[in-house]
Design a protein around this ligand. Structure first.
Ligand code: ZN
Length: 95
């Protein structure tokens, strides 16, 4: 639920949570009881360049813009075979 800023005519300023469909343009001030109007504020974009946002963007982009490759991956790029030393693993079926 987004947070909206309100400012009354007396100058009190506070934030309140409303759903986007139910946010009022005018409400009763919490501090003085006067009429408070919704204030226009900048969106919280400070985290827009963070690695979490880049991961979200990359994940969303890969859903409809998958990376295009023009050749098979080289042999050296393959993962090395995992080797286990546990004797119980020898009884497991081979893939
Ligand atoms: Zn007030």
């Amino acid at each position: 639920m987004p947070s909206y800023s309100f400012q009354c005519s007396a100058g009190c300023r506070y934030d309140a949570l409303y759903s986007m469909s139910e946010v009022p343009t005018e409400t009763v001030c919490r501090e003085c009881g006067g009429s408070a109007r919704r204030a226009i504020t900048a969106p919280h974009l400070s985290a827009a360049g963070s690695s979490a946002f880049r991961l979200l963007d990359h994940t969303a982009r890969s859903a409809h813009e998958p990376a295009v490759v023009d050749r098979l991956p080289s042999q050296g790029a393959r993962r090395p075979q995992r080797v286990t030393t546990n004797p119980l693993h020898a009884k497991l079926p081979r893939a």
